[in-house]
Ligand binder design. Sequence first.
Ligand code: MN
Length: 251
Amino acid sequence: MKTKILITNDDGFDASGIKELEAGLVGLGELTVVAPDREQSASGHSLTLQRPLRIHERLPNRYAVDGTPTDCVFLGVNHIMRDHRPDLVISGINRGGNLGDDITYSGTVAAAFEATLLGIPAFAVSLEISRERHFATAAKVAYEVAGKVLEHGLPAATLLNVNVPDLPWEKLAGFRITRQGKRSYSDVVRENLDPRGRQYYWIGGEVLQGEDIEGTDAALVRAGFVSITPIHLDLTNYRALKPLENWEWSC
Ligand code: MN
């Protein structure tokens, strides 16, 4: 039977990254797109439980949902594709890297988390944008990673976080398996007055140029490599178990 691939993102159904991803995967299998109807960046692993969701079939097998990336994967797998669940879920191509701590905010990565929870191999793919926007490079990377995941499968409860530098394909330094690094942002809160004279606040600042920690996603993408980080659903910090056990608990 033909390979079925579900595609989603957090930049929204009309974003160029998901269109480039779709174009880049032609020939790999039957594609179904289920994506948020508007941008949902930094929505994390949020699931809509307090209101109904609507699914709009914009084109054959191309659906826009008025929800989060996680809603899209949930509806895609458990409803739209319920008769033949996808063999692979790909989330992206995100406009902007998902490096280091970004993954805790990322709707792109959360969509891949959701697929993993549903037992389907998944990866997120993001383009670390500068001014050039080589989405085509990231689409080729996605094609290669998808082929490998379909061939080898993934370790249990594990997804891949793929980040691509904004370079032409020929300029890539190579593929590297990495670990999650650090990336920090400006902590500035901008305060201003709205037209009615009330205060408002704008959070979320520029990326601060942090140190490059060897072997991490951020460092290798900066050096021109495609970074592939295996991420685990188990968030336990095993090194913290012993010290916490040694606190003097009352019983
Ligand atoms: Mn995004």
